[in-house]
Design a binder for this molecule. Sequence first.
Ligand SMILES: [Zn+2]
Length: 720
Amino acid sequence: MLQWIAWGLLPLAVPAAPTPTHNNQIVLRAQPSSSSDKQPLRKLHGRFLHITDLHPDPFYKVHSSTEETIACHRGNGPAGTYGAETSDCDSPFSLVNATLDWVSKNVLGDIDFVVWTGDSARHDSDEETPRHNKEILETNQQLADSFSATFSDKHGLTIPVVPTFGNNDIFPHNILMPGPNDVLRSYTDIWRNFIPEAQRHSFEFGGWFYVEVIPNKLAVFSLNTMYFFDRNAGIDDCVKTSEPGYKHFEWLRIQLQFMRDRGMKAILMGHVPPARTASKQLWDETCWQKYTLWLKQYRDVVVGSLYGHMNIDHFLLQDTKDLDLSLIEAAGSRLKEVREPIEDDMSINSGAEYLVDLRNMWSQLPKPVSAKDYAHVKGKTNKKGGKKHKKDKLGGQFAEHFQLSLVSPSIVPNYFPSIRIIEYNITGLEDAVTWVDHMRGSSVKSNLTVNDESQVEYSDEQDQEILELRDLSDGLVDAEGKKKKKKKKRPKKPSFTVPEPPSKSAGPGPAYSPQPLTLTGFTQYYANLTSINNDIAPSVSSDESDDNLGVERWNPGKHHGKKPKHDSPQPREFVFEVEYDTFSDKIYKLKDLTVRSFVELAHTIGQASAKSKAQARDTPDDGEEDESDEQTDDDSEDENESDDEHVTEEDVDDDEESADDDDEEDSEDGPHTTGGKGNKGKKGKKGKKNKKKARKVWLHFAKHAFVSTRTAEQLKGIDK
Ligand SMILES: [Zn+2]
């Protein structure tokens, strides 16, 4: 019993011959390899798809009402052919199918794998048609079949798909009991084409698995965030050894160590992100603590972390200065809740509040020292590993005190439907064996064979850990895993194993310093449903209005109260267009997707906050753009710079392109710097200008957060 850990350790994370699906004719069976000199079926492209929160609703009806409790199921109203954009209605299947069609025609040939972060069932928004378990699983099966069909040829998957479930893929929603259980067994079956065969057993136990999307090079880890989710009443925390969250982190630690030992890298993905502001959070604090510690220790392994659930386009930073091991040291005691859980489903209003919370938190970030200046500073502290310069509040030039989570917006059109294509560096990997070629046996030189456990060699250390885990598990979880035994058997070893840090010789990891597998940028695509549905005449007045922003719960959308202009729908062709991309976005100016790039961006956005350090002192709670904060720049500079180090504007602006700004006022310096110490006369002007620039970046961030569905006026209103 409880062989899950041993199972979980099987290193080959590539599925064996996938089994046929229920509902279509495709026989998903791997071809046995015949020769090793076959032409490869695929090459790497350095791109992958992140898709999330499809929320298909079998009851969606075109031209129905978007009002609360009706949820696009009945009545007459503006619900469009491909969805009721900007409302809280779920997705029609037409949107899901059109999306996968578009992906199939436009990106299939260019991507290496698919990250699919869950919520593949509708919400429970209509009391007349309540959700039930069977429907949720059927919807998920239907979507899994569609994904299989989209990413397969006649022999099976050609591109690995890595799914996870969301809080709405479970009935009742948010509640997932410790495994093994029926929910996990169901998904083991639903995702049989996606979960490597060798890991199905451990998946049934915990709902976690990984896929070697580039065999022996890169794995995508599907985390079961339901076991971290504060709203999951079926679990407690990540401290007690009987908790599935505890076991999840043990599994993750062992697997990431295994990746490190094999010289591999990992992308982490899950549904619910580790969102955590001063007052609110989504994960149990103990789980957040462990996650942050794990990512710190495996910063040489982890390439990036991708999440969904929030629907809004944004990112999160974990700051390792918030680590407090005492919170996760002792088993048994429930941590006092310091933060409120974030609301279940974000209304526009709470979304705006949340963005403002993030911005206010970022206003406390230290000012990033320019790379050039860092080199200068480093030169002065000639002792290797000697005392850190006081400027070094980020964790060196790579900002290693921080960790980054990227949250992609959703298909479900609470805003506009959106998908993300992320690019990564494949230098030196151009001829790496792809997943499908590995699966189908062409040019496989691996000495490990799927399902051949005897050939797996564990290090002594791993053996030891497996034994320890078995000790801990035995007697702590009963056979069903359903009911936790009440303190009958207390764990002998309440403390936990702190993961090994990177070796001293390891350089900064792929999330920090550009190198092979580092994420280089992404393109955000969106489908403008207002245009595609072609149903609502453009309004003269602005009654698609700010009152959206005041909605507390259900949002009936911007077409609320309007009538479709055609009796029968006349939609235009469904297409995704580029909303923005990080390679050419002139306001974000992200060189890449490294942590440092986002720390710089977050710092700039934070400077637009009334709570940014300087302004909080000088112009309390002003909130206006930039008219009364003459001293801002001075003070923030004094926080972060010593007197003997003059950072001139030229230094700070050094790596900014000079002429790529469309706004004349912003042509002198980039958004990621707050400027340097000028002479006395320039300071006020500079501060004012920086504030204005920060405000511009903040509004840009908010615009994309809502997938370009909000007017400039509405955006300006969100922090008032
Ligand atoms: Zn969700």
